[in-house]
Design a protein around this ligand. Sequence first.
Ligand code: GLU
Length: 475
Amino acid sequence: MKRVRTRFAPSPTGYMHVGNLRSAIFGYLVAKHYDGDFLLRIEDTDQTRQVEGAVEFIYNTCNLCGLVPDEGPMNSGNYGPYTQSERLPIYKKYAEQLVEMGQAYYCFCDEERLDEIRKIADSNKIAFLYDGHCKKLTKEEIDEKIANGEKYVIRQKMPKEGLSIYHDVVYGEMTFENKLLEDQILLKSDNFPTYNFANVVDDHLMEISHVIRGNEYLTSTPKYNHLYDAFGWEKPVYIHLPMVVDFDMKKLSKRHGASSFMDLYDSGYLPAAVVNYLSLLGWSPETTDEIFSLEELIKIFDPARINKSPAVYDVKKLNWVNAHYIKKLELDELLKITVPHLKEAYDLSDKTDEWVNHLVKIYHNHISYGKEIIEVTDLFFKKDISLDDECKEFMKDETAKEVVSTFAKHIKKINDWNMDNIVSAINNTKEELSVKGKMLYMPIRIMVSGQMHGPELPDTIYLLGKETVINRLNN
Ligand code: GLU
């Protein structure tokens, strides 16, 4: 078998959508499953979309996620340069070669003429396709125009009849009518290639064996195949990935919250968990297991199990996966993804490190992502708490009221505010009133925290502090 080489080919927009990251993950898994190479290629031919620092950003994202490229702009390799804007002479050479081979042609049509035929297509309600006007130019006419400094592009000569058929690992046999394939631009007038041309040239020269990308490229692939055929190059295996959609089945875009990897990361999601979750977007293992490390994914990943139906991005499920990874963290790692959020949301100036660490610790099994620490801990930072209807209903009970006043009495007697003494106060209340279980804990929990559920009660009371606890019990 030919060496497996895959590539992740993002445009440097300074933003990593989870859909893009999913493509990177699948590309990485296919390469590593077959002991192959994973390349990073920067597709910056659309210079208007450039963002400062975007390449470092892409590297950081890949590295954080463990998708370390074997070759790319920042590590060497034998197939560089790996940034398209540094490969312009290569594309020009190959475009001109196609012209010589009679598979492409110079086109001098200006915007005005293109607008005109676009309007005609619009008024006839048909899709605009370039009409091949310049295909008929003679060698002399072309030379003269170039000598006159007229601007030109190079277009691919597409067959106009028959069908183009190719196989995709996920979507099966794909058939397209050639008459719908446009004589697409390969090289623009500024000598930059289009994505449509550059990706084929690069995938060939970089010996990419499997092309893994979003399914929005399914319909352009016949055009790419005609390029491979024109050059006499071997085509790669195509693995087009199902679209990532929201619950309304709309394509997930920048507008959707939580759709950017960096936003997730900044909110205290763990890269390994995000990778785990995204690997399940459109792919499933043979078992019903859902928690996988990258190493495990490499072992079991089988592209034949990629599903073509749209993959619904479900933040609840992501949270569930992330919570699983959070539970496994050591305290210092947990602190790293939570304390910065606490500091930003609350004034911690009168709190000791010990207090903050203790607070985070009691919520270890209660949060799904780091930033959630803010909402779950707000009862420690607000002056007054209010009870919801369910809590109020519970507190109507006479025993519940008695528990609270008895507990308040014992709490007031504590001189040394520590966990042991708090536990004793609870036990003294228990013995004095002969209540236990829910009837003992719930009234106290409700009155001090305003909630019916939460972390361990003695810890909660300890961290709230004596004054706050007494104030709340007195209310
Ligand atoms: N630069 C393209 C994109 O960001 C890559 C598509 C591909 O993988 O071929 O969508």
